[in-house]
Design a binder for this molecule. Structure first.
Ligand code: ZN
Length: 317
């Protein structure tokens, strides 16, 4: 070994040491990839938009003993509170751009409200949205419609169940509400009223085809006018379940477990059971607001309950 080789080795070691120091000093990035996931459904393009997440104390919220909930969570390697996704769905039918639900904006704290950023990251502009269909008028589904009392989607017509509009946009009900319940009414009014005033709100009165390929189905257990949306194109089908379920680690295995948020728990349970049975039988895709992002998958029958099978990651074609 010559002196030159030794010097070179020392230099290499010094560089390596400097590099490892530089790596150790790099700060943690602490941000996630943009929250959108794109796939195709027949001739339609579907983009799931993540609005962030909310920590839910599900052992307190589900209508069964906490120990049972905690045991079910442990089987999915989870603990209460469960970090729960908030999602919305953007459907490009080729002739209409339709947003289904709108996220929470500021109504559910700093971990949610990321829909608009993810919508823009997905390659669209708010002015391009033609129609917005709301599953129900809770804040985590309507908050993102407005910012500073202005419509975020200036060219869009917003449609939601008439029963929800009659209930949540009624000032008399706000006056009667107490405590946290008041926030539900205030959030809905703040989010919807700018569209109502602009003549851009149309209540949905009955099950119907809203644009070619997208149909509304009422199921009023979670809120009086809760709606699921069925998307169909070229023989493929996606059913967006809205808030027919909240805790995937518990409610697929046992769809009979209700949640405190439901306005009529019995009806909501019956609707969930029916929706899961139909999805398992039909073999079509489902999406839901609080499934773990990207919130798309299939339902498989498993004994008395079901398994949720998330979609295989795929690039759009
Ligand atoms: Zn919700």
């Amino acid at each position: 070994m010559t002196i030159t080789t030794l010097t070179r080795s020392a230099a290499v070691l010094a560089v390596a040491a400097a590099c490892s120091m530089a790596q150790a000093a790099a700060p943690m990035a602490k941000f996630q990839a943009p929250g959108f996931y794109r796939t195709t459904l027949g001739d339609f393009e579907v983009t799931v938009l993540n609005d962030g997440s909310i920590d839910l104390p599900v052992d307190q919220l589900l209508k069964q003993p906490p120990a049972k909930t905690n045991a079910a969570l442990a089987k999915s390697f989870l603990k209460s509170p469960v970090e729960t996704s908030v999602n919305a769905f953007l459907i490009n039918t080729g002739s209409k751009l339709v947003l289904i639900d709108a996220g929470a904006a500021s109504l559910f704290g700093p971990t949610a409200g990321k829909l608009l950023a993810n919508f823009k990251a997905s390659g669209y502009k708010p002015e391009q949205v033609d129609e917005i269909y709301i599953s129900h008028m809770h804040g985590d589904h309507v908050g993102g419609l407005t910012a500073n009392e202005q419509r975020v989607f200036p060219n869009a017509v917003v449609r939601a169940g008439k029963l929800d509009a009659d209930y949540y946009l009624n000032p008399g009900n706000l006056d009667k509400a107490t405590g946290e319940e008041k926030q539900d009414f205030q959030g809905a009014m703040m989010s919807l009223n700018p569209y109502v005033k602009a003549g851009k709100f149309q209540p949905i009165i009955a099950n119907s085809e809203l644009v070619p390929g997208i149909k509304s189905y009422f199921n009023g257990g979670h809120t009086p006018g809760h709606i699921t949306y069925v998307i169909e194109s070229a023989g493929q089908k996606l059913v967006l379940l809205g808030d027919l379920l909240h805790v995937q680690a518990v409610q697929f295995e046992n769809p009979g477990v209700g949640v405190n948020f439901d306005s009529d728990s019995k009806v909501a349970i019956a609707e969930r059971k029916e929706a899961f049975a139909a999805a398992a039988k039909g073999g079509y895709l489902i999406g839901a607001s609080h499934l773990s992002f990207p919130a798309l998958g299939h339902v498989r029958a498993d004994g008395k309950g079901y398994d949720f099978v998330p979609v295989n990651y795929a690039l759009p074609r």
